[in-house]
Structures are given as C-alpha cells and as structure tokens.
Design a protein around this ligand. Sequence first.
Ligand code: NAD
Length: 493
Amino acid sequence: MKIGVLKESYPGERRVALVPVNVAQLEKAGFEVWIEEGAGDAAGYSDEDYTNAAARVAPRETLPDFQLLLQVRSLGANPEYGEADLEMLSPGGYVIGTCDPLGNPAAIEQLARRGLNQFSLELIPRITRAQSMDVLSSMATIAGYRAVLLAASELPRIFPLLMTASGTLAAARVFVIGAGVAGLQAIATARRLGAIVQAYDLRPAVREQVESLGAKFVELELEAGESEDKGGYAKQMGEEFYRLQRELMADVVAESDVVITTAAIPGRPAPLLVTADAVGRMGQGGVIVDLAAERGGNCELSEADQRVVSQGVVILGPTNLPAEIPYHASQMFSTNVTRFLLHIATDGVIQLDREDEIISETLVAHGGEIPQARIRELLNLGPPAGTPGGQDDTNSPGDPPAPAEDGGQTPPAEESTEDPAGQVDPNYELGAGLNLVYDSGDKETEDGPQPGGGGEEEDSELSWRESSEESAGDEDPDDPPQQEDEVERDSKE
Ligand code: NAD
C-alpha cells in the first residue's frame, strides 16, 4: 500500500504527519512511504533525513497516487485548503488525520460523497491499548507547555522568587483553570519555572494530581455534584453553576499575575469562566492565555488567534499551539499515527475489523457512508443503511438534510470514552511524564526556595499569602496609565 505524506497546507501549520524515525517501521510493515519534497522542513526534518530513512521523496507533481494519506489536518480541520490534497488519493483511498468531525461534520459528508474513507484521530478511544495513539493527549501536552512560555514572555515580571543583592523579586502567581492534560502540563511547566501555582477543576479527582505537582488546589464553595462522566471528562453544568463559579473564582483571578484557562466540555462550547470584570481586577501587566479560544473561550474577552489588551491585561487566544513546537509535536503525532496504522493494518494493507473499538470509534467515512450515529445526527441523517431503522438507500450522505429537532446541537455519545467494560480506564497514565518534571525539576532546583514544592502545602499557602502581600505593597506609582481596550493582530500572524 502506498502511503503519502504531504506538506501541511493549513495556514501556520508547521507540523508534519510522519517523521523519519517512523518511516522505517512502516516500510518494514509492508508499506511504501512517499514524502512530498519539503514536507518536514518547517518541523525540522529535512528531505535527506527522510531519504536516509528509506522514504521516497519527490516534488508534488511527480508523486504517484496513494491509497493512504497521513495528515495532521485533513479536510475537516483544513476546510479552505484540504480539498486539493484529496486529489492525490486513488478512488476508495483512506485518510488518517485530525478532521474535527464534531465541529465540521459537513467535511466528513463531503469526503464520504467522494467515496473516500476517513479515520478521525480525535476520536481514538481513551483506553489503555490506544494510549500510544492518543493524539489529543499528545497535542494537549505540548499546548499546556507552550501556553506557559507565552505567558512568561508577555509578563513584565519573572516567574521565580529571586533573592538578590538588589532586593527580592516575588515569584509570579499563576492560576490554571481546568486541570486535564493541558492544564496539568501547564502547572508542571509553571512550577518548573518557579511560579507559585494554584489550580481549579470541577472534577474532584484532579485535586491529588494538582497537589502532586506542587500546586495548590483552589477550594470553591461550589457543589459540583456529579461533575464527571464515565469517561473521566467534565459534564456540562447549568448556567447558575457557572455564574457562581465565575463569582467565586474572580478573587483568585484578581490576585494572579497569569491565568491559563483550559476548561472544556467535549462537543460543547467552552464554559465562560472569566468575565471582563474579573479581567479588570487583575491589573496592569496581567496575562491570560485562553486555550479554549477555539471553542468560544473561557474568558469573555478572548478572541481566537488574537492578542487583546484590556485595562493593561494581555489576553491571548491561541488555537494551534502544537504548531509552534513543531519538532516534538510532529514526533508525538507521528508516533501516535504510526501505532494506529500498525494496529489497523496487516502486511501493509488496512484490515477493517469493525468489531474493534479503536476502528469503529475512529472510522467516520467509509464506502460512501457515515457510520457513526453522532456524526449522522449532527448532519440530520437517519441511521446508516443496513442497520435497524436504517433506510437502505434514502439516507445517503448526499441527501438533503431533514430539519433538526435540536438545532444540530446534540452532544457526542458519552460511551465513546468508556473502555469495553464500561469503566474508566484505571491504568491510563494521565499526564505521563509529569512526575519526571516534578521530581527532577522543582525539588532539585538551586534557584532558592520553591514555594509549594514537594507537597508542602503549608509552605505553599504561606508563600502565596506573602507574595500577595509583597505585591500589594509594591505597586509602582510610575505605572503607565490604564490602556483603552485594543485588539492587535497576533504578532505570529
Ligand atoms: P478536556 O480538554 O475536555 O478538558 C480540560 C479540563 O477542563 C478537564 O479537566 C475538565 O474537567 C475541565 N473543566 C471543564 N469544565 C470546567 C469548569 N467549569 N471549571 C474548571 N474546569 C473545568 O479534557 P482532557 O484534558 O482531554 O481530559 C480530561 C480528562 O479525561 C482527564 O483528566 C482524564 O480523566 C480523562 N482522560 C482519560 C483518559 C483515559 O481514560 N484513557 C485519557 C485521557 C484523558
């Protein structure tokens, strides 16, 4: 089977779907790997690296037709430019990549109509045997790390506490909202830089993980009740809950130098957790990095891929942070996609075992059909042909959609995140690598005292308080006047 890897065409995308080290594995497994000239350049992988790994590298015009295309962003996640890449596939070919099937189901329909087959890597089930294929966790890890670096370079203060001959510099105070994969990595990174870190998540199970990284879990007088679904994701809460949460968190936001928001509900818009009022209370020089900006944002003032400045606070809403660390993001993505491909193929040919959860959960277009009920619902299609209630040939993807009863807002089925036994996977290593950061970083640093490190909760509280007091007293009367709201194009663009 011929596999093609093209230069990613989404604006600003610097990742590549396959890195040289994985080419050899795929060749050994019976695939023939073709790489478009320059496909890995932006990520730091040269044509020579690919050639040395036994890939065939050629300019786009001379590439053959492929039976399989590996992409970071396929059509659904690259609606403007993704179509041209599909021309490189033979009829009935496969695409493996991220494709935003719940956000852009129309692209899945478009692909199905062309008779192509798509695997969506966002839908890899979170079960132990699929852990090495979990693209979402890989990219969230990179995004959480990068978010802290962005904040650190915007902040007019340093992160660590420094006691110098020129006086003591207070540590930065970082508040992380949402402690899933990205949030935990943000906590670990901010701690490693020496900041005093607090975090909140409405899933109580997260407290221990937050504390093990040397951060303080913020107590809110909020009754979250059943806030976690069977897959370990947060549930959508009522508007009254969010109102109260915003109110209770506003004080913590106000006393923070940096706020990193990562709160998300799968298949839903991001909850609004930081209001414009709360931003105003942060004061001059504060920084907010809103990792939920693509889904509407956790902060009222964030705008996707914009740098907003409001009352002296900088609010960033980056939507593609993994592309800013393309070498390692590509390495992780490539490992995930290779493991996935080796799982679904034998002797270089894809074998569709539809009983396999990994295949059934990720196959979103096949043989002109859209097999998954949740995507069909979003498209207002009936059950697939040949299934109970299915109308054999009257509900093909090309049919005009019936009126939506719920405005197409039906959330994805919760069971998609369960393992076959219907249990949250206890062996899943959430935030793998975080312990390493904690053990080898914070505890052994020589940068002076590390407030909150090593599970010393009392120290952590004390340092936070002291630091707040110091900062309350160190307001500079020469601070520039408060600025009017302004929106600038992100300098990256
Ligand atoms: P995500 O990106 O969907 O959400 C990020 C975080 O936001 C979550 O921790 C969520 O609880 C939090 N959040 C949502 N609403 C919030 C609110 N109002 N206030 C504060 N926080 C809020 O999630 P993710 O990072 O991809 O993963 C979340 C969880 O999924 C993990 O912590 C884990 O339990 C589970 N998970 C399970 C597996 C597995 O079992 N195989 C793999 C990866 C993740």
